[in-house]
Design a protein around this ligand. Structure first.
Ligand SMILES: [Zn+2]
Length: 110
């Protein structure tokens, strides 16, 4: 039964799935370059990066791409802080199969 559910979800056209899901912005830090959005429907938890068509669905303790089923990767984005030697780190989810890797260089924090 679990596999049947998986297959059905992956066969849903992405555009249709996007229309059905009402995403809301998640809290972000002021230096973040990427706004994460979340949704929960029928107990299923979804995430996406605002402006990005890729949707990630929670499977147990990890997320995977709704389109291809690849486990979601996280890109470590570094934000230099003006006048200081340390950096802030932002983690950005992406699908290594469907998307280009986000840049590791975030905007400078002033
Ligand atoms: Zn994918």
């Amino acid at each position: 039964m679990g596999n049947t559910l998986l297959t059905q979800e992956r066969n849903v056209p992405l555009a249709l799935l996007t229309c059905k899901i009402n995403f809301t912005p998640l809290p972000k830090d002021q230096w973040d370059d990427y706004l994460l959005e979340g949704a929960e429907i029928d107990g299923k938890v979804y995430r996406r990066v605002a402006g990005n068509p890729t949707i990630h669905i929670k499977r147990g303790d990890y997320f995977e791409c709704v389109t291809c089923g690849t486990p979601t990767s996280r890109r470590r984005v570094q934000h230099p802080i003006k006048g200081r030697s340390d950096i802030h780190i932002e983690y950005v989810p992406y699908c290594s199969n469907c998307e280009d890797i986000p840049s590791q260089f975030g905007k400078q924090i002033n």
